[in-house]
Design a protein around this ligand. Structure first.
Ligand SMILES: C[S@@+](CC[C@H](N)C(=O)[O-])C[C@H]1O[C@@H](n2cnc3c(N)ncnc32)[C@H](O)[C@@H]1O
Length: 218
C-alpha cells in the first residue's frame, strides 16, 4: 500500500463512510441493504476489518476506534478497494455502542488484542469488564458470536470470568475455555507480531443463546 493517506480532517468532515453519530443511524439505509451487522471494536490499522469485508461481501462491517492514523489507513484503503460494506464509527466503544445499536442487532462482534493495561492501578481502563460484557450481550443477536483475542494471560482470565458470568452467552470452547489457534479468520497486525514472537494467544468464542428472551419487566 502506498504511503499517501487521506488527512483526518478531510475524512471527518466529508467522507461518507466515516460516522461520528450521537444517535443510532439507520444502518440498513446507510448500507442500502439489510445484511447482517458485524462490529470490530479497536480495529487499529484495520487489516482484519478490510480482509473480513472482502471475504464476506454479504455482511455489513462497522469498525469502531478513535486512533486517527488507523482511521486514515482503513478509509484510504477502503476507497482504493472500492469496498462498500464498511463504515467507521469514531469513538470510545463503552460510550458509543449503547447509543449506536439496538438490542439484538449485532450478529458478530470481534475484539482483537484490546489494550491489556497490565498494572493493577490501570485495570479500570480495560475495555472488557463485566459491565461491558453485559451491555454487549444485550446488543448481540440471539445465536450471534463474540470473538475476543488476547496474548495477556491475566486479562484472558478476567475476560473468561466476565463472559462466563453472563447467562446469555455459552462458550464454544467449553473444555478449556478458549483455544490457542484460530486459522478460520484473517489475522490482525498485532496477532501476526505476537505469533512471530512465539507468544501464546488466547482466543475466545462465545455465542448468545439462540432462544434467549428477555424476562418481561413487571
Ligand atoms: C492493541 S491495539 C490492537 C489493534 C488491532 N485490533 C490489532 O489486533 O492489530 C488496540 C486498539 O484498540 C483501540 N481502542 C482502545 N480502547 C478503545 C475503546 N474504548 N474504544 C474503541 N477503540 C479502542 C486502540 O485505539 C487501538 O487501535
Amino acid at each position: 500500500m502506498g504511503k499517501r493517506l487521506l488527512p483526518f480532517d478531510h475524512i471527518a468532515n466529508a467522507h461518507p463512510c466515516f460516522l461520528d453519530p450521537e444517535e443510532r443511524p439507520d444502518w440498513a439505509g446507510l448500507f442500502q441493504n439489510g445484511n447482517p451487522l458485524k462490529l470490530e471494536i479497536g480495529f487499529g490499522t484495520g487489516n482484519f476489518l478490510i480482509d473480513m469485508a472482502i471475504r464476506e461481501p454479504q455482511s455489513n462491517f462497522i469498525g469502531m476506534d478513535f486512533y486517527h492514523k488507523g482511521i486514515r489507513k482503513v478509509i484510504t484503503r477502503m476507497d482504493r478497494l472500492h469496498l462498500k460494506n464498511i463504515r467507521v464509527a469514531y469513538g470510545n466503544a463503552g460510550e458509543k455502542i449503547p447509543i449506536l445499536f439496538d438490542e439484538g442487532e449485532l450478529s458478530e462482534v470481534f475484539i482483537n488484542f484490546p489494550d491489556p493495561w497490565p498494572k493493577k492501578r490501570h485495570h479500570k481502563r480495560r475495555l472488557i469488564t463485566p459491565q461491558f460484557v453485559e451491555m454487549l450481550a444485550g446488543k448481540m443477536a440471539p445465536g450471534g458470536t463474540l470473538h475476543i483475542a488476547t496474548d495477556f494471560e491475566a486479562y484472558a482470565q478476567a475476560i473468561l470470568e466476565a463472559l462466563q458470568a453472563d447467562p446469555r452467552f455459552f462458550n464454544l470452547h467449553e473444555d478449556q475455555g478458549y483455544r490457542h489457534e484460530r486459522e478460520d479468520i484473517p489475522k490482525t497486525k498485532y496477532e501476526k507480531a505476537f505469533l512471530d514472537a512465539g507468544r501464546k494467544i488466547y482466543y475466545f468464542e462465545f455465542s448468545k443463546e439462540p432462544d434467549y428472551v428477555l424476562a418481561p419487566t413487571a
